[in-house]
Design a protein around this ligand. Structure first.
Ligand SMILES: [Zn+2]
Ligand SMILES: [Zn+2]
Length: 123
């Protein structure tokens, strides 16, 4: 695993999109459905203090509320190792390290062995 492997060059997340794409420095095209990004929000508020990261199904509630949980308002770089995601519903305490984002990748290449997204990402 080189440095390049964990360095995002470009994050593409058009307004209203439900999937974010990341161009990694090693040429990998990452695919991150927002349901996965939100469901694996690493903050203590979402994950509690159990120490293991698990998938939390975003609230289903009413249609609009759910949409707000799955739409990204902003990606804010934190140092040179992580990105903070600000969601439309105001949730902004999740710090996604580059390594973590890479582990969450859902592209066919990362998932060709039949892993499903229920599998816990490696940190
Ligand atoms: Zn969270
Ligand atoms: Zn991938």
């Amino acid at each position: 695993m080189s440095e390049q492997h964990f360095r995002p060059l470009k994050i593409r997340s058009p307004r209203g999109a439900m999937t974010t794409e990341i161009d990694w420095a090693d040429g990998h095209k990452g695919v991150l459905p927002h349901e996965v990004l939100r469901g694996y929000c690493p903050c203590a508020g979402c994950q509690g203090h159990s120490g293991t990261i698990k998938f939390i199904q975003p609230e289903s509630g009413d249609h609009e509320g759910r949409r707000n949980q799955l739409e990204v308002d902003a990606f804010e770089p934190v140092g040179n190792y992580a990105i903070k995601i600000v969601w439309f519903d105001g949730h902004d305490s999740g710090l996604y390290s580059y390594r973590y984002l890479r582990a969450l990748c859902q592209c066919p290449e990362c998932h060709k062995d039949g892993e499903d997204r229920g599998e816990r990402p490696r940190l």
